[in-house]
Design a protein around this ligand. Structure first.
Ligand code: HEM
Length: 535
């Protein structure tokens, strides 16, 4: 009940987030709490006169309405989310000292799924990767996994990310998306061949998931797990859907609701059909990572490649279930902030350059999108069994400003520290330097994964649909040179694929990429390339 306590310290009672708020037993007031007779009552001078500036009720109503929108996410703007819980079923304490990985540990979670390129009102059935973010509210702080539904990504040089994303958004000249104007979409991809693995997934049957319940999640980035002795391993994280996976074809997507995935998730949870996922890890020692680079030219810091699962089998750690819809979408899903640098002791980032950039970019956008005190919002606030203390103060909307505690490291009123038990920052010095050099360089190995998809994973029907999806999408690409270049990249994957695309598009592509210049410089292939003789 909203009753003043009379205590001077209890000043914000009405604005404490009340997720169960109902309209019964409330009183209509202005935002400063004064009772007001009716919401529809503008004050005017006389019967037909102008409005009154003194009418705070109307001025406040309109000016708050004017400010209802916060900036939408620059990517992943359209999304759906829910709450649930995670439980560790198979402890990982041998590899990580993270509290959440110890036997029997569990914690509440919030998950947000999304498409990537479209605006907040865009179609759920876009051919686009899907975001899959999980906030684990552990006893040692919030740990966020900000993942996608595909194990690889379009790039390995973070400086390309804003350029790449611009080509997925509306063309600044035509204001059309790539569904109607695909020239810049293919211009970017055909200039940056390391995108090919992700392109093969995007344009194939896995390109349009049939709702968020029916997809897996993959971090893609290599992480590090550190145990209580300070030993560390590299790690890949997977979320495996217990519902299995389901996809829809391009043709079928046209008949779906723009909110297909939102509806599916919301009503499944509402009806008690709670979706769940297994949490699994692949792990690798530093020595194995060096051998993987030396023998198979797979760099663990390059998220355009996957870790072979036969060599590095998946190991189940736990599972999570979504069993509660948001009571208020804006407060609990729009304002939730997932961030790859929200880590907890025992889970560390690797030197992957794209991950390293993300560690900066997300909290930076959160300060702008939600505000500098975004961590204080109820959905983002840590729920730890100790009283948190730090020296961050003030700023817009500082609801929890840490009272009268000193705002510096005081000797008069000291705070306590947990002793550092292990060195969490041990790096893999020699390897880091050797493995990542010129990030745009294309190597023959970049085509192994895509080739395996074409030759071993896609059946005849999948191949046909793939060629139809690519050629259909290229139909409104106005520059033949771009198509020729992209077919050259597809030819590095498979002659068969490139030949089929030449037939479907009516454009004769380049015979491969060795003689092509990308982004104005030649970075076609590394010198030891075993390129096709034809080039
Ligand atoms: C959202 C940047 C790569 C997954 C975002 C946002 C930014 C961003 C600024 C908006 C966040 C917000 O407003 O809350 C970047 C940059 C990248 C990158 C700079 C590379 C240099 C990736 C990769 C993945 C990924 C590789 C997946 C493995 C996501 C997801 C979201 C997101 C799932 C939505 C989070 C949510 O639901 O709130 N990214 N991103 N991003 N990104 Fe990235």
């Amino acid at each position: 009940q909203h009753v003043a306590s009379g205590k001077s310290g209890d000043m914000s009672r009405n604005y404490i987030e009340d997720r169960a708020a109902k309209s019964q037993d409330t009183l209509y007031t202005t935002s400063n709490g004064a009772p007001y007779p009716h919401p529809y009552e503008a004050q005017r001078a006389g019967t037909n006169g102008p409005l009154l500036l003194q009418d705070f009720h109307l001025v406040d109503l309109l000016s708050h309405f004017d400010r209802e929108r916060i900036p939408e996410r620059v990517v992943h703007a359209k999304g759906s989310g829910a709450h649930g819980f995670y439980k560790t079923t198979n402890p990982l304490d041998d590899l990580s000292c993270a509290d959440i990985f110890q036997a029997g540990k569990e914690c509440p979670i919030t998950v947000r799924f999304s498409t990537v390129g479209g605006e907040s009102g865009s179609h759920d059935c876009a051919r686009d990767p899907r975001g899959f973010s999980v906030k684990f509210r552990t006893d040692e702080g919030n740990w966020d996994v900000v993942a996608n539904n595909t194990p690889v990504f379009f790039l390995r040089d973070p400086a390309k990310f804003p350029h790449f994303i611009h080509t997925q958004k509306r063309n600044p000249a035509t204001h059309l998306t790539h569904a109607d104007d695909s020239t810049v979409f293919w211009d970017y991809l055909s200039q940056n061949p390391e995108s090919i693995h992700q392109v093969m997934i995007l344009m194939g049957d896995r390109g349009i998931p049939d709702g968020y319940r029916f997809m897996h999640g993959y971090y893609g980035h290599t992480m590090k797990l550190v145990n209580k002795s300070g030993e560390w391993v590299y790690c890949q994280m997977h979320f495996k859907s217990k519902q299995g996976t389901k996809f829809i074809t391009q043709a079928d997507s046209a008949s779906k609701s723009p909110d297909h995935s939102q509806k599916d998730l919301f009503f499944a949870i509402e009806n008690g059909d709670f979706p769940s996922w297994d949490v699994e890890v692949q792990t690798m020692t530093a020595k194995e990572a060096e051998e993987l680079w030396e023998k198979q030219k797979i760099n663990v810091f390059d998220l355009t490649h996957v870790w072979p699962q036969k060599q590095f089998p998946r190991r189940k750690v736990g599972e999570f279930t979504l069993n509660e819809n948001a009571k208020n979408y804006f407060a609990e899903i729009e304002q939730v902030t997932f961030n790859p640098s929200h880590l907890v002791p025992g889970i560390e980032p690797s030197a992957d350059p794209v991950l390293q950039s993300r560690l900066f970019s997300y909290p930076d956008t959160h300060r702008h999108r939600v505000g500098p005190n975004y961590q204080q919002l109820p959905v983002n606030a840590p729920r730890v069994p100790y009283r948190m203390a730090n020296f961050q103060r003030d700023g817009a909307m500082s609801f929890y400003n840490q009272g009268s505690r000193p705002n510096y490291l005081s000797s008069i009123e000291p705070i306590s520290f947990r002793n550092r038990t292990v060195d969490l920052n041990k790096t893999h010095g020699s390897f880091t330097g050797d493995a990542v050099t010129f990030l745009s360089e294309i190597r023959p190995e970049d085509f192994n994964g895509p080739r395996a998809l074409w030759e071993k994973v896609f059946d005849d029907g999948a191949k046909e649909r793939f060629v139809g999806n690519v050629s259909g999408h290229m139909a409104n690409c106005t520059d033949k040179e771009i198509i020729k270049r992209q077919i050259g990249i597809f030819r590095e994957v498979s002659d068969d694929l490139a030949t089929r695309l030449e037939k479907a598009t009516g454009v004769k592509g380049y015979p491969g990429i060795a003689n092509l210049k990308f982004n104005g410089t030649h970075n076609g292939m590394a010198s030891d390339s075993s390129l096709r003789a034809a080039n």
